[in-house]
Design a protein around this ligand. Structure first.
Ligand SMILES: Cc1cc2nc3c(=O)[nH]c(=O)nc-3n(C[C@H](O)[C@H](O)[C@H](O)COP(=O)(O)O)c2cc1C
Length: 190
């Protein structure tokens, strides 16, 4: 068991949509991945994560909304705006599913926000590892316009969007080792 989980952790990568294959991912698989997200640890059981799932036509609607929000706040030239628009829409097109990563504060604000973001991030890591073990490529994108999509995502006042999780089929084997500084430089034994 531990060997298996070690292997999956070391195989995990940010895999971008341009590398996804055209193979479909079933709704059942996505649900299993979300069930794993739901097992993340959480202080006082607030379970702050919320996921908004987009696929087929809805992911293109999301892409259009992303483009519109990006354009509203950008100083880019027309040429760069057009390039960015294409990039956003291509990413949505190449992904079989896009999951908006959202977080809600508990009604009484019992838990500091950082703990709720930490718990939501742990849920995302569960998804990321679950994807790796199923040969699904994925990555967490955190564009600045995410905060402006609140209405589109149907989020309430005490809810926030922390970015988007793009998913598509991808073979993880034969990937090079990811870049990390040596753990020995980050630890002190007491
Ligand atoms: C909270 C968070 C936000 C991220 N946002 C972005 C992003 O906006 N764009 C991006 O290209 N990658 C983003 N990433 C993915 C990182 O770029 C990626 O994990 C990093 O390059 C390390 O690569 P690896 O995951 O393959 O080891 C994000 C990762 C995390 C944890």
């Amino acid at each position: 068991m531990s060997k298996e989980i070690d292997k999956i952790i070391h195989q995990r990568r940010a895999v971008f949509p341009k590398h996804y294959s055209d193979e479909n991912i079933s709704k059942k698989t996505i649900l299993q991945i979300l069930e794993n997200a739901n097992m993340a640890p959480t202080h006082k059981y607030t379970q702050p994560w919320l996921f908004k799932i987009f696929s087929k036509e809805s992911r293109l609607k999301l892409g259009t909304e992303m483009v519109s929000e990006y354009k509203k706040n950008s100083q880019d030239s027309i040429k760069n705006l057009n390039l960015k628009e294409k990039k956003i829409l291509d990413k949505c097109n190449k992904s079989k599913f896009i999951i908006a990563i959202c977080m809600k504060r508990d009604d009484k604000d019992l838990i500091p926000e950082w703990e709720e973001i930490a718990a939501t991030s742990m849920a995302v890591q569960n998804m990321w590892l679950s994807c790796t073990s199923r040969d699904i490529g994925c990555y967490w994108s955190s564009p600045s316009y995410a905060k402006n999509l609140k209405k589109f995502l149907g989020l309430k006042k005490n809810e926030k969007c922390l970015g988007f999780f793009y998913l598509g089929k991808f073979q993880h084997k034969n990937l090079k080792k990811t870049r990390r500084d040596n753990i020995e430089n980050k630890i002190s034994w007491f």
